[in-house]
Design a protein around this ligand. Sequence first.
Ligand code: UDP
Ligand code: MG
Length: 323
Amino acid sequence: MPASQTSPPSPTTHLISVVLPCYNEEAVLARTHDRIARALRPVEGVRYEVIYVDDGSADATWNLIRTFTRESPMVRAVRFSRNFGHQAACLGGLKEARGDAVVVIDADLQDPPEIIPEMVARWRQGWHVVSARRTARHGETAFKNLSAFAFYRLLGRISDHPVAFDTGDFRLLDREVVDLLTGLTDRELFLRGAVSWAGFPETAIEYQRDSRAAGESKYTLPKMVALSRSAFLTSGSVLPLRLPLWTGTASLAGALAMALTRRGRANALPLALFGLESLAVGTVGEYLHAVLRQVQGRPAYVVSERIRSTIPGAVLASVEEVA
Ligand code: UDP
Ligand code: MG
């Protein structure tokens, strides 16, 4: 990375942190580092720091990261004690980041670092979240393409806080959003869902997703299942818990109609019993959902701005002025 990045920042200089979660990425990391360094040349008013998060790699990933820290003053790194998974690695990177804005990007060059400066430019226009939307995915297996397609569409339909289609974790987050996310106490954070829950103004840049530059996907099937589980169940949608309420109500209504119209009267009783059972399960689901939200402990609201009258003496102004 260019030595000019070490020069003291001017008061208006913004620091942008770039977080790379890495798990067994020895095959690609040197190339990634090189491309990141070329893509993130400091420009007027913008400096970068690069944060590698080694998510418990068992190969030479950490040794490579060590060499980067020796060669480049802007590199910092954290190493997890074991593999905690991609979402945890992203969160770890967000916690380490000191920037005014933070970009999370995959380490396998599927996400082109060259669009980061454009993300920064959008952020400087006032956007709090700048996400990157994939218009095409190159070099993925048919299964990956299909599962990703289904995942995003289903999530978009049933999620309480819909995540934009074809948008992964490659995005820029303003410091305000980062502080909010890292302050959440969710045991299993689904980052995309949490960003959408936070509700800050978001824009998207479209890009074509390249194939992995080297190595193999670390998102194994069990990891994909775990991500979907947390996306749909614990941090995304109340629908699975609420479904029995709807089926129960519909079944009871159906049973009543059957009894009244004398059509299929014999089936009305079993259907009514099924409906009552479903309603009971659905009621438990509602309590479970309330408990889940309580345990999650998310704030009831997020403030995005505060204003007050600028007329002198109009209202008590701020805590400092009152004190
Ligand atoms: N990754 C991670 N921990 C994991 C799995 C993946 O930090 O347990 C990182 C990985 O090194 C990469 C990013 O997350 O930088 C995305 O993973 P990958 O490219 O294997 O997933 P895919 O693009 O195939 O969905
Ligand atoms: Mg990848």
